[in-house]
Design a protein around this ligand. Structure first.
Ligand code: AMP
Length: 484
């Protein structure tokens, strides 16, 4: 199968070729002809399968061929995404694939000024990519006419549901013409997703790439059974011993992400956190630093990381397991993208065993356990006098003169090996459900607001353990890291 078999315009084939794609991915082969033919489509595909091009390419083609609609300023195709990051990425893709066409793409999402978006819409666009809340704001302000939409895409519909966007989506649908093409992409098919598909789609063509497990099968998965308080030592060890250049680390809470990023910085590993409490600018900067290999570890909450297109990410670490087993598959889908291989490592404390069981049930296989290096648990160095493995960004860690991780002389702890020494204590499990903060505009959280991102009670501002992690300059450490 090649792209030229799909019936795409030469301008699109040229753009695709310049991207270096040699053949369509299965989801592209399965959906592009149907979308070009004007059919509704229900596609089961997660990030990393090439799903964006699967709808963007044929939409650009239909918009180009529909010359009648072209003279209007109002958008003719609308893509709704759950997060700002995903909206921006879809827009980037559309701009790239459409570079040889004369179409205008606009993107609108919350968290940034609305006036430039109003100006942009006034100038006109053919394809609009939006998050639901900002879209409704713009419509209410009279800045947006959705009455000419002939193609509507619901991207990552399962995440939309998780984030509580259904009422917002219903309101958007009321603003669209009833005669239109509808495309729905979802990584998972729950009963709710099927019900939504039934309401939205007419006689859809279904295309499902690979079961949820297929990503999992391409990724080298492993786990370490490790006491909670040893996780950060083990993580620093894995990064440094493996000479990892780029690792995406998942934590369950925003505060946990902040804390871990600081701890890694303290260990001489350039790191940044990305989550919904960070400003858009900070998130964009962190992502750019990560992609540019200026930071080694990007510590992210579930939803903030979802949809991020980071090519061929070599390592993903589940610092904490997700509450929802499907999220494990989403997370490890960040690596081994579009055919590249990758590793996914999970650090599992005893209280997470039930979560692990659920994940393994979903995968229908068990994740191999790797023995925990004893010194990592004990927080003693493998090679005490070793120089830093890599250059550290000229940031906090370097500027503070903190020693690299491998140079600690940490306090010995009474736990050993791969057991769950102290697993009893605190529970990280955040409630499973949609959370919104009152300051957010209707139904449009930050990219990472919902499930599992709220800090634990009492966990505000300086997280516990920060103070104790500042080491005296000169590299001699008396106490090692405090317990988290
Ligand atoms: P997506 O699932 O849309 O997030 O795409 C995942 C990644 O696959 C992106 O980096 C795309 O640029 C890339 N990609 C999309 N289609 C192809 C293709 N046919 N061949 C190789 N890479 C692709």
């Amino acid at each position: 199968m090649s792209f030229s078999n799909l019936g795409l315009l030469p301008e699109l084939l040229r753009a695709v070729e310049e991207k270096g794609y040699t053949a369509p991915t299965p989801i592209q082969a399965g959906t592009i002809p149907a979308i070009l033919a004007g059919r509704d489509v229900l596609a089961g595909a997660q990030t990393g399968t090439g799903k964006t091009a699967a709808f963007v390419l044929p939409i650009l083609q239909r918009l180009t061929q529909d010359t009648a609609g072209a003279q209007h300023r109002a958008p003719r195709a609308l893509v709704l995404t759950p997060t700002r990051e995903l909206a921006a990425q879809v827009a980037d893709n559309a701009t790239g694939y459409g570079r040889y066409l004369k179409l205008r793409t606009a993107v609108v999402f919350g968290g940034v000024g609305i006036n430039p978006q109003i100006d942009q819409l006034r100038r006109g666009c053919d394809l609009l990519i939006a998050t639901p809340g900002r879209l409704l704001d713009l419509s209410e302000q009279g800045a947006l006419d959705l009455g000419r939409i002939s193609c509507f895409v619901l991207d990552e519909a399962d995440r939309m549901l998780d984030m509580g966007f259904i009422p917002a989506i219903r309101r958007v649908l009321k603003l669209l013409p009833s005669e239109r093409q509808n495309l729905m992409f979802s990584a998972t098919y729950s009963d709710d997703i099927r019900a939504l598909a039934q309401r939205l789609l007419r006689n859809p063509v279904s295309a499902e790439v690979a079961s949820r497990n297929s990503t999992a099968e391409r990724v080298t998965q492993s786990l370490y059974r490790v006491p909670k308080e040893s996780k950060r030592h083990l993580l620093a060890h894995l990064i440094q011993e493996g000479n990892w250049q780029q690792v995406l680390v998942f934590t369950r809470t925003k505060h946990g992400a902040n804390r871990l990023a600081k701890q890694l910085e303290g260990a001489g590993i350039a790191a940044a956190a990305i989550h919904g409490n960070k400003s858009q600018a900070a998130r964009v900067r962190a992502l750019a630093d990560f992609k540019g290999l200026r930071i080694t570890a990007l510590v992210a909450t579930e939803v903030a990381a979802r949809g991020l297109d980071i090519k061929e990410l070599p390592h993903v670490v589940n610092y904490e397991l997700p509450n929802v087993p499907e999220d494990y598959v989403h997370r490890i889908g960040r690596t081994a993208r579009a055919g590249a291989s990758g590793s996914a490592v999970s650090l599992v404390s005893a209280d997470e065993e039930p979560l692990l069981r659920d994940i393994e049930k979903l995968l229908r296989s068990s994740i191999p356990a790797t023995p925990v290096p004893q010194f990592a648990v004990l927080n003693t160095p493998a090679e005490p006098e070793r120089a830093p493995v890599r250059a550290v960004r000229q940031g906090a860690a370097a500027a503070n003169g903190r020693p690299p991780h491998g140079a600690h002389r940490g306090a010995r702890r009474p736990q050993h090996g791969s057991g769950h020494g102290s697993a009893g204590g605190e529970r990280h499990h955040a409630p499973h459900g949609t959370q919104r903060t009152s300051s957010q505009p209707r139904g449009e959280p930050h990219a990472s607001q919902p499930r599992g991102e709220q800090g634990r009670p009492g966990e505000r501002g300086q997280g516990r353990g920060f103070g104790g992690e500042r080491r005296p300059s000169g590299g001699r450490e008396r106490g090692g890291w405090r317990r988290a």
